[in-house]
Design a protein around this ligand. Structure first.
Ligand code: KG4
Ligand code: ZN
Length: 333
């Protein structure tokens, strides 16, 4: 019998479970919490309560769809951090109890390593070393991936994450949370008509907090002349903001590739679902004759398949954790 891993992801507002059999995704169930939309952001207390409700049915479904039974599992992988502590604790406690009940090993996984390793759910895998631009709601990182168990951050955001820049812009424009997908859709119908500044940060780091302030003033000033400025220009505003975020990201990502002499570029995380970013990575790489790797949509957002894939590579190295492992909201990379 091969290696079958059940994996659990509960770091934010998605409850997810997956089964990975011999490094291939056999099932990947994601239950997205909708309770937060009314508040314009994730409410931590609500998130952990929702995880409590969904974790058992989500795991049940993942097992059922995989076609194997609990008794055939080789190990349980789970997200240890970073993320919301109350949310993480639900997944960590569940994973510990099940591993104890089934008497199989536990594998702790770093959520940001897993976003990168999502690329190993599909063929072709990027070859080592490669660079990954990981862009999510909480993180923006340029990662040099030496090996499955050896990653190095070359640059990161000094303040807001790229996803946060999308979400905060959306809030100012009156769009529902999370605004990233909505801005993406509207941007496709608009033009880059308005210019926003790109922060000048040394090296390979990013900053998005200035953009947020620039957009706030831009909206305020234009509304003085036209009270319906947002409604009348929503598609062009979205296209302009999105283009600025993509330019900010790609400038540094391409610089990192040149500095490192690495021509295999991957994107990962929730924002890598963005059509504009996917398209841009493709054209920049094609122009240079470089290789690019874009994950399937289901592996961009938070999902347990990426946790299980990372867990599988740790399993191959017998890299297990003890039952006294704790969830860590600020787990170091
Ligand atoms: O990786 P993820 O699902 O969760 C975190 O670990 O944070 O990323 C969520 C982020 C949100 O900020 C959301 O607005 C953004 O990803 N996002 C997008 C798109 N889809 C999701 N941003 C831009 N364009 C999209 N299509
Ligand atoms: Zn994530």
């Amino acid at each position: 019998m091969g290696i079958s891993i059940l994996s659990i992801e509960s770091s934010c507002d998605d409850t997810s479970a997956a089964v990975i059999i011999d490094g291939k995704v056999a099932s990947n169930i994601i239950s997205t919490q909708t309770a937060h939309a009314a508040y314009g952001g994730v409410v931590p207390e609500l998130a952990s309560r929702e995880h409590q409700i969904h974790i058992v049915p989500v795991v049940d479904q993942a097992i059922k769809e995989s076609g194997i039974s609990l008794s055939e599992l080789s190990a349980i992988a789970f997200t240890r951090g970073p993320g919301l502590l109350g949310s993480l604790i639900v997944g960590v406690s569940f994973a510990k109890s099940l591993s104890l009940g089934l008497n199989i090993p536990l594998i702790d996984v770093h959520h940001m390593h897993a976003h990168v390793m999502a690329h190993f759910a599909d063929e072709p895998h990027p070859p080592f070393p490669f660079l990954c631009l990981t862009v999510s709601g909480g993180h923006t990182q340029i990662v040099k991936v030496h090996a499955a168990d050896h990653m190095e951050i070359l640059g990161q955001t000094l303040d807001d994450a790229a996803g946060e820049a999308f979400d905060k812009t959306g809030k100012m424009l009156g769009l529902p949370y999370p605004a990233g997908p909505e801005i993406d859709k509207l941007a496709q119908k608009g033009d880059h008509k308005f210019d926003f500044p790109i922060a000048k940060i040394k090296g390979l780091d990013f900053s998005f907090s200035g953009l947020k302030t620039a957009i706030l003033y831009f909206i305020r000033d234009n509304k003085k002349a036209d009270a319906d400025f947002i409604e009348n220009n929503i598609e062009d505003i979205c296209a302009s903001v999105q283009e600025t975020i993509i330019n900010t990201l790609m400038q540094k990502f391409l610089l990192a590739a040149e500095q490192e002499g690495i021509t295999h570029l991957a994107i990962a995380g929730g924002v890598s679902a963005n059509k504009g970013l996917r398209e841009r990575l493709k054209t920049e790489c094609e122009e240079r004759n470089w290789n690019y790797y874009i994950p399937q949509f289901q592996y961009c957002r938070d999902n347990a398949a990426m946790i299980g894939i990372t867990g599988y590579y740790k399993y191959l190295k017998n890299d297990f954790c003890d039952l006294d492992v704790k969830a860590e909201a600020r787990l170091t990379f």
